[in-house]
Design a protein around this ligand. Structure first.
Ligand code: ADP
Ligand code: MG
Length: 728
């Protein structure tokens, strides 16, 4: 057999644009075609049942089983009419991704086929939960897990399967997923935000959090992918020398999308739109073969479901186009990584975006109130917010190639900073003028309109204000955004509750509301200075400065995970009812365990690749050089031989040097792994992997990459960076 790499290259070159079957018509002809929307429900379910259902959903109440029974009949009818044969509860275990357990709509009764999908099947299922991580919660036989319908996210069809978004919890009530605490966090946040809104606008009955995600990803040709066991098994390249040309010219960013990729995107968008995901933006990203997709923002719970759905649609569609999607945060060292910026805002039922400057002084004071409370929340829980985004995969991205650094800070931009500075130094009398008509004038805060198209961007900020929302940029491309969103929601909810307590206490003492609001906000503006940073997040000066300001500067992932268990986190999650202490313990356990497993797999794959691919190729080349040296000796005189063989000698020695170092490295790495595996608890194991295995992998890689540069190209068996990154 020939060299695997060349076989793969041949196959990759033979891959051409795949035809896509996207209807010519308007998007609205097929948007949400596969979703059982409220509109469609009206055709299948009686109005009185729907009224009760929607009322319960919109007010966050539990749905009665009787209602579920009637709704189930409507769902089944709609699904079967559309060719569905199976249904599944669709949930989000802590492994990441989504899980499904398919059941047929039909059962046999007395030898006859019977359609079956009861209210109970809609309401609750018991997937075999033992294979999902629980971090010790579900240790006993009794503590099984079950999935339960989330009626706030509509059911949808994927092929012939009806998917029912569900939460996944233990029988004892603890959450085993991301959705449960996300829903709890939005409930808590909405309540706290509405209470604060009441100072400004009594019309506000409901506040909800919006999420607009931007999904970055890489595409790689499937033949090349299959020839890279590290990509297949770990999602990233564990070795590979930088391509001579990579992203220096920035010619990929917003450049023309390659034809094969465009066909993929068209199909992906079509599939996403049919599933009700309002995708809108697509473009090339900074790195070669890197792209981005973003929808219009939606309610955070639905938006997160949609993100997970899109991630799975992507993988399916990519295969049809002979691509593989890499959702890993750092598939290639030295090249831009992939994030999933989470654009987050708060909106009232009256249509006001609480994070956008308003039209009148009252609205602007409200805006500043929410803005400053978010700053306070992010500051007080900056370590926890970092914990919510770290992972074995995002670890490689943070702080590298324009990715957000591993210290959480907030970028505000010049204008908002100026507004806050002015408020900080203003006296209440000059800032707030209440005229005879009881109208308030916020003298200092004539917040400029221009803010709305804020172009004052800072790519090195992990958490940036972008005119009418915050953008949490540190979130990784492969993550469930729920983890970050629930931490942010809960932190802000707690902060708003504290704010209200403080304000109410002073109003009760007889102080004027506007005066108190102004005073407390002013105090907060001073108090949250530590988190505000508009400079270069990569600079060493910032690291030193952040340390001085008391921000969390830890970079070791296993230690960052500790922040879930910090007393202020436990208190905050408890006060907001988002996660109990037991749940926080279980989540941290799962995070450590997952971290360890990922590194364990990577380290093993690296060992195998080195022994089976790299060293044999190096040896083969070395042997060729040695034969050449001998041949030269036979042909030329001793005097001439020395100089003629000089270059070969040098390369032979380099190969020897690197191969020796690799072998030693692999031995040390294996030993470090064994030692780490012997640690008794998950936390120590993860720390050992981080501190001992990870650095050894980096050492080995350096020598492998050096060999790649020396060894004859024709003998190298792993597709190279230039091939993985530029062939499409
Ligand atoms: P950029 O890459 O410049 O940050 P994009 O247009 O790629 O901008 O993405 C912007 C994202 O922000 C989209 O997902 C969009 O829906 C979302 N977004 C816009 N306004 C809001 C808002 N008020 N709240 C939440 N998300 C928003
Ligand atoms: Mg963005």
């Amino acid at each position: 057999m020939g060299n695997v790499r060349f076989e793969a290259l041949k196959m990759a070159f033979a891959h051409h644009v795949v035809d896509v079957d996207v209807p010519e018509g308007k998007v609205k002809d097929y948007f949400a075609q596969d979703v059982f929307t409220r509109e469609k429900m009206k055709e299948y379910i009686s109005q009185d049942v729907l009224d009760r259902l929607f009322d319960d959903v919109d007010n966050g109440r539990t749905i009665h089983r009787d209602i579920a029974g009637v709704v189930a009949i409507g769902i089944r009818k709609w699904a079967i009419e559309r060719g569905a044969t199976h249904f599944t509860h669709w949930f989000q275990p802590l492994t990441g991704g989504t899980a499904e357990k398919h059941d047929a709509f039909f059962t046999l009764k007395d030898g006859a086929l019977l359609e079956e999908f009861s209210g109970d099947s809609l309401y609750q299922q018991e997937p075999d939960a033992s294979s999902f991580p629980s971090g010790g919660i579900r240790n006993t036989f009794e503590a099984r897990g079950y999935s339960a319908w989330d009626p706030s996210s509509p059911v949808f069809l994927i092929g012939d399967t009806l998917c029912i978004p569900t939460v996944f919890v233990a029988y004892t009530g603890e959450a085993l997923d991301y959705k449960t605490p996300l829903i709890r966090s939005t409930a808590s946040l909405c309540h706290a935000a509405r209470e604060v809104c009441a100072y400004f606008d009594k019309q506000v009955k409901h506040v909800h959090a919006n999420l607009g995600w931007e999904q970055e990803y890489f595409l790689v040709d499937e033949a090349l992918y299959n020839a890279r066991p590290d990509l297949m098994l770990t999602g990233r390249t564990l070795m590979g020398h930088n391509s001579a040309k990579s992203q220096q010219l920035e010619d990929h960013y917003f450049g023309a999308i390659p034809a094969r990729v465009l066909a993929f995107m068209r199909e992906l968008e079509y599939e996403a739109l049919k599933a009700g995901v309002p995708v809108r933006t697509r473009h090339n990203e900074v790195a070669p073969n890197q792209f981005e997709m973003a929808p219009i923002f939606e309610d955070v719970n639905l938006a997160n479901d949609h993100n997970l759905l899109v991630m799975s649609i992507m993988e399916r569609v990519a295969e049809r186009h002979h691509f593989r999607v890499l959702l890993h945060e750092k598939p290639y060292a030295g090249v831009n990584g992939s994030g999933k910026h989470c654009n987050w805002s708060l909106q009232t039922n009256t249509g006001i975006n609480l994070l956008a400057p308003g039209k009148n002084p009252y609205q602007n004071l409200q805006f500043i109130t929410f803005l400053v409370n978010v700053l306070m929340a992010v500051q007080r829980h900056n370590g926890l917010l970092k914990a919510s985004i770290v992972s074995a995969t995002n670890e490689h991205r943070l702080g590298a190639n324009e990715a957000p650094p591993a210290i959480i800070s907030v970028f505000l931009g010049k204008q908002i900073t100026a507004v806050l500075d002015k408020l900080e130094h203003a006296k209440a009398e000059e800032a707030i003028i209440i005229n005879a008509k009881k109208e308030m004038k916020l003298g200092v805060a004539n917040i400029p309109e221009i803010l709305l198209d804020n172009t004052d961007r800072n790519r090195t900020s992990p958490f940036a204000f972008t005119g009418n929302r915050f953008e949490f940029r540190a979130v990784g491309s492969s993550a469930n955004c729920g983890a970050a969103m629930l931490a942010l929601n809960a932190a802000v909810a707690e902060q708003l509750m504290l704010f209200k307590q403080e304000v109410d206490a002073r109003i009760e003492k007889g102080e004027a509301k506007e005066r108190v609001l102004f005073d407390v906000i002013k105090k907060y503006i001073v108090a949250c200075k530590a988190i505000r940073f508009d400079g270069n997040g990569y600079s060493d000066e910032w690291k030193a400065e952040a340390e001085k300001r008391g921000l969390d500067c830890e970079t070791s992932v296993p230690l960052v995970i500790d922040r879930y268990l910090a007393s202020e986190s436990i208190k905050m999650f408890g006060a907001t009812g988002v996660l109990s202490e037991a749940e926080l313990h279980s989540r941290s356990e799962v995070k450590w365990e997952t971290y360890t497993k990922k590194l364990q797999i990577e380290s093993r794959v690296m060992g195998d690749l080195v022994v089976n691919h790299v060293l044999p190729a190096a040896k083969r080349y070395q042997t060729m050089l040695l034969q050449n040296v001998l041949a030269v000796k036979q042909v030329f005189s001793a005097d001439e031989t020395a100089s003629l063989n000089e270059m070969d000698y040098s390369i032979i020695r380099q190969i020897e040097h690197h191969s020796g170092a690799i072998l030693e490295g692999v031995e040390a790495m294996t030993e470090a792994r064994h030692k780490a595996n012997r640690q008794i608890d998950e936390r120590s194991k993860a720390i050992a992997y981080h501190d001992t295995v990870l650095p050894l992998m980096a050492d080995i890689r350096e020598h492998v990459d050096a060999l790649e540069l020396i060894v004859d190209d024709e003998m190298w068996t792993l597709p190279k960076y230039r091939e993985l990154l530029f062939i499409h």
